[in-house]
Structures are given as structure tokens and as C-alpha cells.
Design a protein around this ligand. Structure first.
Ligand SMILES: Cc1cc2nc3c(=O)[nH]c(=O)nc-3n(C[C@H](O)[C@H](O)[C@H](O)COP(=O)(O)OP(=O)(O)OC[C@H]3O[C@@H](n4cnc5c(N)ncnc54)[C@H](O)[C@@H]3O)c2cc1C
Length: 417
């Protein structure tokens, strides 16, 4: 019987190396307020060390220069990398480059080119991609793209954009949309602005991690810039988003754990009303609840990763949808409790909690809002049930059936009595 929650000792050694490396080498960089260009320089020697350890771009199959780790091991890695926003850059698998490289874009692999995924539009509901209006019309050897996008993460620092556009309006959007590579310098690409968000209200244009608004007007690119086949855009997006969601959830667990460690450290350090905070029952409840919720999210996520490795992304659809909304809530709640335990210090910018909290809010929206994932889960679950006039557990009905079935036994029992 195979039922095993352990990690192979050789891989556990790699994880232990990563834990120390991220804490000792990456955490300190967070405090320096570096610009994107400075970050690129600062992380270069660290990236070389990661390559020397054989951990660079580990999400990719070996044929593309990655490690072919599979989702469970990748998940365990992302749990460590998720602790710091800089760690995925150091390890060559930050979103969205990691997802985009998964759709086979070789130039991303050495980490020198940066990509962005341009799908969401301000004027249509991103949670229903069948409403997409951006179009790409074939004209000779070129695609001509017109559309208006926003929340293209890293769009203003990207070298190229992967644009989702309708290439065949005569079929269902799931068969009529395609991904097309558009180099940022192409005439007609107008990166209008970086949208200020609650994660970064005072954002300056051109910062890594920003979300760009982009207008595409008669943008012409060669037909060979199509990613995969014409009409395969949504199939590719699904391929990209499945592993991406598992990686997100594991990164959130890394963030949750960091917030949780701060919560516990403060609880045992701060004294009020005759005891440390750790001795108050409310705080103990937060510790216990956070611990249980993180454990549940972790096991759910690793099980989703395992199922994906065993049976593929489609088979793990419900599990992946479940961890997306469950994990996002755990992240949000644990950071919130940690802020509360720290009082005014938690609200201040002297701790990373306030920025973690603002970033965590977005987790309930990007890669599909909570409600859509809940709907996916509920629909799949409900398919397993049939409508009945009388509930199958209705006791009088069951009793009548049981009396019929056991009539002989009941008679014997009555006689014996
Ligand atoms: C930080 C961040 C980064 C992002 N990065 C990218 C990126 O790189 N590329 C990209 O293309 N997009 C990106 N997005 C956009 C993201 O994918 C969309 O925001 C998301 O798909 C939701 O689309 P929308 O914003 O248009 O909201 P809408 O589709 O308008 O939905 C709004 C709300 O409607 C409700 N709702 C929707 N459907 C249902 C339903 N079936 N049942 C009940 N309620 C429902 C939900 O509460 C939802 O939050 C990013 C967003 C954020 C916040």
C-alpha cells in the first residue's frame, strides 16, 4: 500500500540548502529598496550559485534546461521561495516568466529576457474569458492585432508580450482564441501606464511587479509568432495555469509561515495584563487555528500536485480549484492575525507584514477570482448527485423499506420476546 508523506533524503538536502540560502542571502536584499535594474545586478551572483546547485528554472522539463522535478517537488521548493518576493527571481522561476517559459519560450530560459501575459481587458470580465474582444486578423504573413488590455503583470518591463486574442470569431471562443508573441517595440504597442494598486499605490512606471495597461492598435507580427496552434490559446492557458496555481499556493504557504513565525515570536515576547500574549487564550486560538489551516492547505496543495503528477492537470482540476480559494484565505487570515498580535507595530512599515497583507488581498482575485473556482468545485461535486423527490436519508421512508426487508427477522424477534 502506497501512502507516504515523506520527502526523499537527497531532495530534503536540497530543500535544507534552499531554506538557509533564502534566509541568509535573499531576505537581507529585501530591506535595501533596490530598483528593478539594481535587483537584476544584485541577484546575479546568487543566480550563479543556484545554477551550481542544479536548482535553476526547476519548473522546466530537462529538455528545456530545467530539472523535470514534477509538481510535488516543485511545490516543496515554491513553499521556500514564496517567503520572499525576490527568491523566485533568484531561482529563475518567478511568475509570470515561469508559466510563460512552460509554453516553450526558449529565450526566457537564461533569465535575461522578461515576458508578460496579456489577457485581461478593462472592458470585459476577465473571469469569463469567452467575452474576450481583442482580435488578431491574418493578413498575408502577418497577424494584425487590435485590443485593449490591463493588469499585464510586468508589461512595462517586458521584452515581449504574450497576447491572448480571438483569431477565429466564427467558433466558440475556447476554440477560436490564440496566444501570439508581440515584442514590446512593435509599432502600435502603447504601454499606456502602470496601474497603481493597493499593493503599490505610489508606483513608478517601469517597476518589476507592476501591472501595465496596454493598447494594441494595428500591431503587425509575423504569423510564426503564434504560440502552438491557431485556436489553442485556452488549451495552452489551462496548461500554464494548472501548475502555476499549485506554485502560487505553495508560495502563499511560505508567506503564511513567515507571518506565522512573526506572530509566534511576538506572542512569546510581548507582555500585557499580567502575562505574555502567548498565555492569552485568544492568541493561543490564533496560533492553533493558523497552524491547522496552514497544515490543511499544505496537504491539500501537495495532494493536488501529486494528482497532477500521476494523472495530469485535467484530472486534478477540482483539487487545483479548491486550493486556489482555500489557500488564498489561509494566507490572508494568517497575515491578518499576525498584524493584530503586533498591534501598532504590525500596522507600521517597520515590519514586512503590511506589504504582505496588501499583496495577499490580490491572491483572491488573480488567476481567477475565488467565486469562479468555488463554482468549478461545486459544479463538479454536484454532478455526482441526482434529484430526488424524497431525500434518500428520509427516516420514515427508510424505516418502511427496512421493515419490508427485515419482516421475517422482526417476526422472529417479536416471537422470541
Ligand atoms: C495582482 C494581479 C495580477 C494580475 N496579473 C495578470 C496578468 O499578468 N495577465 C492578465 O492577463 N491578467 C492579470 N490579472 C487579471 C486577473 O486575471 C483578473 O483580475 C481576473 O481574471 C478577474 O477578472 P476581472 O478583474 O475582469 O474581474 P471580473 O471578471 O469583472 O470579476 C469581478 C468579480 O465578479 C465576481 N464574479 C465573477 N464571476 C463570478 C461567478 N461565476 N460567480 C460569482 N461571482 C463571480 C467575483 O467576485 C469577481 O471578483 C491580474 C490581476 C491582479 C489583481
Amino acid at each position: 500500500m502506497a501512502w507516504d508523506f515523506s520527502t526523499e533524503p537527497e531532495f530534503e538536502e536540497k530543500l535544507a540548502w534552499m531554506r538557509g540560502f533564502v534566509r541568509e542571502e535573499v531576505f537581507p536584499l529585501e530591506t535595501l529598496d533596490l530598483t528593478y535594474e539594481q535587483v537584476k545586478v544584485a541577484v546575479r551572483p546568487l543566480q550563479e550559485r543556484v545554477k551550481a546547485e542544479g536548482l535553476w528554472a526547476a519548473h522546466l522539463p530537462p529538455a528545456l534546461g530545467g530539472m523535470g522535478f514534477g509538481q510535488v517537488r516543485l511545490g516543496l521548493m515554491h513553499e521556500i521561495l514564496g517567503q520572499s518576493p525576490l527568491a523566485p527571481v533568484v531561482f529563475g522561476n518567478n511568475a509570470p516568466d515561469s508559466g510563460n517559459a512552460e509554453v516553450w519560450l526558449q529565450p526566457l530560459l537564461d533569465g535575461e529576457l522578461r515576458s508578460a501575459f496579456s489577457m485581461t481587458e478593462p472592458n470585459t470580465a476577465g473571469s469569463d474569458p469567452t467575452l474576450l474582444t481583442t482580435s488578431a486578423v491574418r493578413d498575408g504573413d502577418e497577424w494584425v492585432i487590435n485590443g485593449h488590455k490591463w493588469f499585464t503583470s510586468n508589461g512595462s518591463v517586458a521584452d515581449f508580450l504574450i497576447v491572448m486574442a480571438v483569431t477565429n470569431p466564427d467558433v466558440h471562443p475556447y476554440q477560436g482564441s490564440s496566444m501570439i508573441i508581440v515584442p514590446v517595440g512593435t509599432p502600435g504597442v502603447d504601454v499606456v501606464r502602470d496601474v497603481a494598486t493597493m499593493e503599490d499605490p505610489g508606483t513608478e512606471y517601469g517597476r518589476f511587479g507592476n501591472h501595465a495597461e496596454i493598447v494594441y492598435t494595428d500591431v503587425r507580427v509575423p504569423v510564426s509568432n503564434l504560440v502552438g496552434k491557431e485556436g489553442a490559446g485556452f488549451a495552452l492557458a489551462q496548461h500554464r495555469l494548472g501548475p502555476g496555481r499549485i506554485h502560487h499556493c505553495m508560495r502563499w504557504l511560505g508567506q503564511s509561515r513567515r507571518a506565522f513565525d512573526m506572530l509566534c515570536e511576538r506572542a512569546v515576547s510581548r507582555y500585557a495584563h499580567g502575562s505574555t500574549l502567548a498565555e492569552k487564550q485568544t492568541i493561543q486560538n490564533w496560533v492553533a487555528d493558523s497552524m491547522a489551516e496552514m497544515q490543511a492547505a499544505r496537504l491539500m496543495t501537495l495532494q493536488a500536485a501529486w494528482k497532477m503528477d500521476q494523472e495530469g492537470a485535467q484530472a486534478a482540476r477540482v483539487e487545483i480549484a479548491m486550493i486556489k480559494y482555500f489557500g488564498a484565505k489561509v494566507l490572508y487570515d494568517v497575515i491578518d492575525r499576525s498584524i493584530q498580535v503586533h498591534g501598532s507595530l504590525g500596522f507600521s512599515c517597520d515590519l514586512p507584514l503590511e506589504s504582505m497583507y496588501r499583496a495577499a488581498r490580490a491572491a483572491r482575485i488573480y488567476d481567477g477570482p475565488d467565486e469562479v473556482h468555488r463554482q468549478t468545485v461545486a459544479r463538479q461535486v454536484l454532478k455526482g448527485y441526482v434529484a430526488r423527490e424524497v431525500p434518500s436519508e428520509h427516516i420514515p421512508t427508510r424505516r418502511a423499506e427496512a421493515q419490508r426487508r427485515f419482516a421475517g427477522l422482526l417476526e422472529d424477534l417479536t416471537v422470541d420476546a
